[in-house]
Design a protein around this ligand. Structure first.
Ligand code: VTB
Length: 317
């Protein structure tokens, strides 16, 4: 067994960052203060990156430098070491956390420099399934009916045993209607499509086989990191809504209408880590007991093809 030390180092850095952010935001779960919960996650994550043994640069973060003082795109972090691209969603589902609703989590993806698509902040259409299927099984250019029919056939189950996940938004009404007609079950989520896509990587645990619909492009790249690690399939397409957004996509070297493959979004090896904040389909909530914080984390390291589920206990949290 050859061990890739970059994968090991980045796994540790990613895990520490998602755990620190999860503990900080969990202290504010259920208090109706989504901005405070988000800020706590951002502060904790940034602090953990500052002392980490790498030379990191944020490529997907809280926004441009003029709109986000911390973890902004281009911010350089770390105590020196491997040149790393950082993608973060310090608190995915700020509203979920504020109302102590299920599935708020903290997310980090780390790749060597150039290993992650610098996705502009706009909508992205997403389609994803987990591992174990023949390459090319699903396609964004096929109808939802065709995609679920192919999936059911490949899984050797009736359509009624397929579960699809979508963000609960009026813009998805036509997909929902079509999937209902096709006869698959649907989980509509109020927020958090990184989790929605990520769930397909462990359908046996989450109950979700396929993810459909549009959400944030940065969230799409983070989710693509998980799909890549898991050996699943994902396609996406940027959805600029204004000429300004289209121009922004072009200026970042993006063909606005191109179908993005997993290799376009995550061209290199990557580490994906996520920790649960509130309880949910993949994680337990952070649990505080006798000043200790118990945190549930999943770390995936494609450098070493290693997946770890970790339950850490942090003292004096
Ligand atoms: C999306 C999704 C995120 O917020 O950005 C969504 O990718 C906002 O979408 O996971 P709407 O504009 O439709 O509200 C999340 O759900 C949570 O940050």
């Amino acid at each position: 067994m050859t061990i890739n030390t970059n994968g090991l180092i980045l796994s540790q850095i990613a895990q520490t960052a998602t755990e620190a952010a999860a503990i900080a935001s969990a202290k504010l779960s259920g208090f109706g203060r989504k901005n405070d919960a988000d800020q706590a996650a951002v502060d904790a994550m940034r602090r953990s990156f500052q002392t980490a043994p790498f030379s990191g640069k944020v490529v997907i973060g809280e926004g441009e430098i003029d709109e986000a003082p911390m973890l902004y795109i281009g911010e350089e972090l770390g105590a020196g070491g491997i040149k790393t691209d950082i993608a973060v969603d310090p608190l995915e589902g700020t509203k979920l956390c504020a109302s102590d609703a299920p599935n708020a989590m903290t997310v980090v993806a780390l790749a060597l420099e150039g290993g992650l698509l610098h996705a502009p902040d706009m909508y992205m259409d997403k389609l994803a399934i987990g591992p174990g299927y023949a390459p090319g099984l699903i396609d964004l250019d096929l109808s939802p009916t065709e995609n679920v029919t192919r999936l059911a056939k490949a899984k050797d189950v009736p359509l009624s045993e397929i579960r699809a996940c979508l963000l609960d938004r009026p813009r998805h009404a036509h997909i929902i209607e079509e999937l209902r007609k096709a006869g698959v079950g649907i989980r509509l989520i109020p927020d958090g499509d990184v989790a929605g896509v990520f769930w397909t990587t462990e359908a046996f645990r989450s109950g979700i086989d396929i993810y459909f619909g549009s959400g944030g492009a940065p969230e799409g790249v983070l989710a693509a990191a998980a799909i890549r690690c898991a050996g699943g399939q994902m396609q996406a397409r940027l959805m600029p809504e204004t000429e300004q957004e289209a121009e922004r996509a072009r200026s970042m070297g993006r063909d606005v209408h191109a179908k993005l493959t997993l290799d376009d979004m995550v061209p290199g090896d990557v580490v994906f880590a996520a920790s649960g904040v509130t309880h949910g389909s993949m994680f337990d909530a952070v649990h505080f007991e006798h000043h200790n914080a118990h945190v549930d984390t999943l770390v995936w390291d494609s450098f070493n093809k290693r997946k770890s589920r970790v339950r850490s206990i942090w003292p004096d949290a």
